[in-house]
Write a protein that binds this ligand. Sequence first.
Ligand SMILES: *[C@@H]1O[C@H](CO)[C@@H](O)[C@H](O)[C@H]1NC(C)=O
Ligand SMILES: *[C@@H]1O[C@H](CO)[C@@H](O)[C@H](O)[C@H]1NC(C)=O
Ligand SMILES: *[C@@H]1O[C@H](CO)[C@@H](O)[C@H](O)[C@H]1NC(C)=O
Length: 464
Amino acid sequence: MAKQSVGWITFQKRWLLMLLVVFSISTAIVFVIRAALDSCDRHFEDADGRIHLTTQISSISNPLGFMKSKLVLLVSHELSLSGGPLLLMELAFLLRGVGAQVVWITNQKPMETDEVIYSLEHKMLDRGVQVLSAKSQEAIETALKADLVVLNTAVAGKWLDAVLKDDVPRVLPKVLWWIHEMRGHYFKLEYVKHLPFVAGAMIDSHTTAEYWKNRTEERLRIKMPETYVVHLGNSKELMEVAEDNVAKRVLREHVRESLGVRNEDLLFAIINSVSRGKGQDLFLRSFHESLQLIQQQKLKVPSMHAVVVGSDMNAQTKFETELRNFVIEKKIQDRVHFVNKTLTVAPYLAAIDVLVQNSQARGECFGRITIEAMAFQIPVLGTAAGGTTEIVVNGSTGLLHPAGKEGVTPLAKNMVNFATHVERRLTMGRKGYERVKDRFLEHHMAQRIALVLKEVLHKAKGHF
Ligand SMILES: *[C@@H]1O[C@H](CO)[C@@H](O)[C@H](O)[C@H]1NC(C)=O
Ligand SMILES: *[C@@H]1O[C@H](CO)[C@@H](O)[C@H](O)[C@H]1NC(C)=O
Ligand SMILES: *[C@@H]1O[C@H](CO)[C@@H](O)[C@H](O)[C@H]1NC(C)=O
């Protein structure tokens, strides 16, 4: 018995240590955590949230089980640590998990292979994903033979004509086009002219799907194919940290100490690459305004802090300088903290009290950080735009404010609201967690994707 508990503690410690190491070394090592994806399918959870051991029956009960021994070609526009490629890799591993034959090609590759690409490719090779050169004869043959071809993001459309040439019409009926973007410059015929002829489009939110429908019709005069909205889900390893109170406590202490924020302080975070579209400037204005409101109304609240995770002084120098100057000008340097861009968000989610999702204009296509925060029982203050409105239930799992300048004061008031109503804030966090358990887990996403793949396979078959 003693042995067992020691083993458990050792495991627990090692695991925490790994997280902390990853946390302190930051970006480059990120996929160590993602490597935990390897824990494929020992268990899965049923609708009641109970854990079942399913080593034997997993291929029967896995919603993607019907993909066993199917040949799938995944076409990625690039290979990097950004959301699109990582999501496609998750799909690759889900499919490998049920015994599908998966081939990956990267359309845009820099001349010399960098470290990130090298690691990601090796991670895929380790998991039995075949990696081919995008322009090779093998890639063309795979496309012709495949049961299913997934194009990831609008830009990947360039690969079709460039490589398949005359064979394009033969491949289109088995193409599923996975789209994660909602910006004007993607609406180019050069990228998407084949869109009307593919088997289906899979899009991360209803808002984005509607936007694509409008824009393709109005701008390009083309019609969207059958479109499926598939909300994303949280990975198993993120849920493991989110549901481990010991890990969360250690990470919380560690991060707060590194920022100089005390345990009893109230910490608001915005976790996105720093850029105007993500609204860090407006967030800081709201934060400043909330401090003024508290002072004017002489409210008794914990000391408030803001952390901007996603700093990138090299890439966003002008905008970020603007942010940092604002902080100095308002004399809130001791309240506002900047953290470099990282994909290892779990430690920050463990450390914060409120997530602010302040994406501007049309908002997020989906906004994965939102469901990740909710997994940590963190309430969300989000812009009423894009995918956020499909994730956050206003008044239940968070509060929504308008995008743009007119959202600054409402957000400031919502921040004060959360500072003065502790119980309301905590309840919203719990409700958010319940919502994640209900619909934003990996197996929910797998179920939704399975329905789409089934239809697309069916259509592709009917075509030949
Ligand atoms: C799409 O167009 C309709 C009608 O013109 C409009 O009501 C709707 O807001 C548009 N949706 C998006 C996401 O642009
Ligand atoms: C953050 O990034 C900047 C450059 O963008 C770098 O100079 C700095 O050392 C980084 N900070 C940490 C803590 O890694
Ligand atoms: C969110 O709910 C609050 C009341 O709880 C309301 O005042 C606000 O207008 C709502 N915002 C949106 C965008 O629906």
